[in-house]
Design a protein around this ligand. Structure first.
Ligand SMILES: *[C@@H]1O[C@H](CO)[C@@H](O)[C@H](O)[C@H]1NC(C)=O
Ligand SMILES: *[C@@H]1O[C@H](CO)[C@@H](O)[C@H](O)[C@H]1NC(C)=O
Ligand SMILES: [Zn+2]
Length: 556
């Protein structure tokens, strides 16, 4: 990419920056942050893509990197290093979207910018095509049907101190367990989105990630919802993570993923100028919500159900494109789930890193690294103790019959846990005849009747739930309706359109108020895993969640 209008002059050790405007491609110019010349050179790492064989020893150094801000806290914006990067940004090419606010439960104080969505705010509309013309679209899917874009967030999964609760179980899955498993399972590669705090505390795992042939991308320093951060805070979150990855591995990433997917054009523009392309996903395992430290209460069976659905969708020829399916190396439950499914996915899909399925072979400024775009058969590993974990067979789906034509929330004969594909007996998808998520319930606390009008626009009549009953019918859809067989993304069906002819009719919608979650916390107990939110609950004033606390529950 040719930079047309950017000049960087270094005179007598003082960097004078003439703001970059746009490149010949029409995109805003990017720069690599300049790290201090005193930054130690990375040791123990490869300097170009390593096709193998790989080291699968299980002991890694626990030494941390030094000279970084406190981990798991919003890093200061006042350091000279951060300011230098800040001054390199062309602020005329950063849209003035508001710094967004969340209430004490983590809910957005305003969850929409209105229909026009001027800043392409993903958390509001799942928007992935920036409104600012000088920004590229987010990468969020694999274009080719049959491609499974493998990726893991929140790593590298740090080991627990032996004295900590859960240490024994969690350490079986902490790194290098997953990386070894990938190496031993057909030499599998993935795109990894690293939290700077985790890199600083466990750089040896980041080195292993690089040496094993994975792509390393940025996932912020302290894992906040990025649209809630000021411009300077965004720079600091990205800069310290870039620096930690550079010091540990020698590489400067050109890819990043916002925690919770929370990004808008303001955040994108800062990240992009700092060299970082935004990478999202189009399918979500929700694996982070399974019971384990930092997780929630989602049954692993539900996550199993998602994987089964993706496999069966593909096998039945329903997939028109591939997918980037969000997974985490967060705790024993997420890593275990991934270990269980990977061999099965490899039998069905072309499992390749999320960046590779999008044709990205050079994810760093250091161009000595060139990754393959397809799987290459390899002789993966050197000999060492295997850390392979045995898994048991997943539950078989239950088949249920349904009364044809009995549509409508809670009206089908699948009511009470079971469901049918073309009914709405569950609040969420029906997977294998079972509700994926809460059952529809008739002992509801609030009932309202709404009249539904047949429209073909992307607007939706609020409250007009029910498969095929929403006005998003005809390819368009609304977020809280069931006009599509699959998710509704940006007003369009992500997958086949519901073909049932919509009828103009009055439907009764029953809503259940969520039980009020007691999000009590020990005031002042900040720090990962230290608060009493440990079992999935959290509070806004403690750091029990790796992601934002929403309504007392840990967010993504
Ligand atoms: C790993 O997965 C298997 C199979 O689903 C399950 O039986 C086991 O309890 C899981 N272990 C952990 C630590 O999550
Ligand atoms: C739904 O109801 C069935 C039958 O009562 C029960 O077995 C199942 O656990 C329920 N599922 C959820 C997610 O509440
Ligand atoms: Zn994350």
């Amino acid at each position: 990419m040719l930079i047309a209008n950017a000049l960087l002059l270094v005179v007598g050790g003082v960097a004078q920056v003439y703001a970059a405007t746009t490149t010949t491609s029409g995109l805003v110019a990017q720069f690599s942050p300049i790290f201090p010349s005193t930054l130690p050179k990375a040791t123990g790492v490869v300097t170009s893509y390593n096709p193998g064989p790989y080291d699968i020893t299980t002991k890694l150094s626990a030494d941390a990197l030094k000279g970084y801000p406190p981990t798991w806290e919003s890093p200061p914006t006042s350091s000279a290093e951060v300011k230098k990067v800040y001054d390199m940004i062309d602020w005329s090419k950063v849209p003035k979207a508001p710094v967004r606010k969340q209430d004490s439960n983590g809910n957005w104080v305003s969850d929409s910018d209105g229909d026009s969505d001027p800043y392409c705010w993903w958390s509001s509309t799942n928007c992935v095509k920036p409104k600012a013309k000088y920004l590229p679209a987010d990468i969020h899917t694999c274009p080719a049907s049959g491609d499974w874009g493998l990726n893991y967030d929140d790593g590298p999964f740090n080991r627990y101190d032996a004295s900590e609760d859960d240490a024994e179980l969690e350490n079986k899955y902490a790194e290098p367990a997953l990386y070894n498993f990938l190496a031993e399972t057909n030499n599998q590669k993935a795109s990894l989105f690293y939290i700077g705090s985790n890199v600083v505390n466990y750089p040896a795992a980041a080195k292993r990630g690089l040496n094993d042939g994975h792509h390393l991308c940025v996932h912020t320093w302290s894992h906040p919802a990025m649209t809630t951060q000021t411009n300077a805070q965004i720079v600091a979150e990205l800069y310290w993570t870039l620096k930690a990855i550079k010091e540990a591995t020698g590489d400067t990433s050109k890819c990043w993923r916002p925690p919770q997917g929370d990004v808008d054009d303001r955040v994108r523009a800062i990240a992009y100028q700092m060299g970082l392309r935004t990478i999202l996903w189009d399918e979500d395992t929700n694996d982070w919500d399974m019971p384990a430290p930092g997780g929630g209460e989602l049954s692993p069976k539900v996550v199993d159900g998602y994987f089964k659905k993706w496999v069966s969708n593909y096998e039945s020829g329903k997939d028109e494109k591939g997918h980037i399916v969000l997974e985490h190396e967060l705790n024993s439950a997420t890593v275990n789930m991934s270990m269980f499914w990977l061999p099965k996915l490899q039998e069905t899909f072309n499992v390749i890193p999320a960046l590779a399925c999008n044709g990205i072979s050079q994810p760093y400024w250091e161009t000595s690294f060139k990754y393959p775009l397809s799987n290459s058969p390899g002789s993966p590993t050197t000999t060492a103790t295997s850390s392979k974990t045995t898994t048991t067979t997943a539950a078989t789906p239950t088949t249920t019959t349904c009364t044809s034509g009995s549509y409508g929330l809670g009206n089908g004969d699948g009511y009470n846990g079971a469901c049918c594909k073309d009914q709405s007996d569950c609040w969420d998808d029906c997977i294998g005849g079972k509700c994926n998520g809460p059952n529809s319930t008739k002992s509801a606390t609030a009932t309202k009747t709404t009249t539904n009008t047949l429209l073909t626009s992307t607007t939706c009549a609020s409250g007009s739930y029910g498969l095929g009953n929403g006005n998003g019918y005809n390819d368009a859809c609304c977020k809280d309706q069931s006009d599509c067989w699959d998710d509704c993304i940006g007003g369009k069906c992500n997958g086949p359109v519901n073909t049932k002819t919509p009828s103009k009719k009055s439907i009764t919608e029953t809503t259940t108020k969520k039980p009020s979650t007691t999000a009590n916390c020990i005031p002042g107990t900040r720090g990962k895993k230290k608060g009493n939110g440990k079992t999935g609950y959290c509070c806004s004033s403690s750091d029990d969640c790796l992601e934002t606390c929403r309504s007392g529950k840990c967010g993504l």
